[in-house]
Design a protein. Structure first.
Length: 249
């Protein structure tokens, strides 16, 4: 029995040592072993762990390896998780410029796009945390307003409580709006170079244009092995399912 326990414990130790860690990946990256670092980061993602920093590091590896589509994909994932990080936004911009795709990005218009630009100041999980914080503050201000007998202090507590309620409502709205938008937008990155955009979901239909590796599209419909996508210049067309990788699968 003791031997069995020792064998099990030894196996657990070995398995724990074999688990890839962020530190292992960072060490490989520091040694300029970008392919090895990318393998470790990918293994961590497969294990179910995810963070903006992890995707950012992975994107840097692929950028150094001149694999532009995987780099853009990783930076886009990092940006979704932390839209406030300037380093992520800058590296995503650099990677996009390395892409040979010439599809123009039209400026955002309309109420929905304006709201997207405003709410992306924080990730929806951060908006949720902000909502919880201000819920507690509003409660404290209410207790202070209720317990104090001084008229001047009541006015101060009431003003603070009103401001807290306003920020709380904004946080809740922004969080729900951004979460629903991200889940319903269905953005994807083109991984297959020279992907043809067809008028209809058949190879026989005419090709509208070709997309280069790293182009960003928005999936609006699926039909068999075809996807109806909207491009960044608002054009629409059908492309092969295996040509892209969704950012929000």
């Amino acid at each position: 029995m003791k031997k069995l326990i020792l064998v099990v414990c030894f196996g657990l130790v070995i398995s724990l040592k074999a688990q890839p860690t962020l530190e292992m990946g960072n060490q490989r990256y520091a040694q300029k072993d970008y392919a090895g670092a990318a393998q470790i980061y990918e293994a961590i993602l497969v294990s179910g762990k995810e963070s903006a920093g992890l995707h950012f590091n992975l994107g840097n590896c692929y950028y150094h390896l001149h694999q532009i589509a995987p780099a853009i994909y990783a930076f886009e994932k990092a940006h979704l998780l932390d839209p406030t990080d300037d380093a992520i936004a800058n590296n995503l911009d650099f990677a996009r410029k390395r892409s040979l795709d010439a599809t123009p990005n039209l400026p955002s218009v309309g109420f929905e796009k304006i709201m997207v630009n405003l709410t992306e100041a924080l990730h929806y999980e951060s908006w949720a945390i902000l909502s919880v914080v201000f819920s507690g503050l509003v409660l404290l201000f209410f207790v202070g307003y209720y317990l104090t007998k001084n008229t001047q202090r009541k006015r101060i507590y009431f003003a603070l409580m009103s401001g807290g309620v306003l920020i709380l409502l904004i946080s809740v709205f922004a969080g729900f709006f951004q979460r629903n938008y991200i889940r319903n937008e269905h953005p994807a990155i083109v991984f297959k170079d020279n992907t043809s955009v067809h008028r209809l979901p058949t190879y026989q239909s005419g090709s509208l244009l070709k997309l280069r590796e790293g182009a960003k599209v928005y999936i609006t419909e699926k039909s068999g092995q075809w996807l109806l996508v909207k491009l960044t210049d608002e054009q629409t067309g059908w492309i092969e399912l295996n040509a892209v990788k969704e950012l929000n699968p």
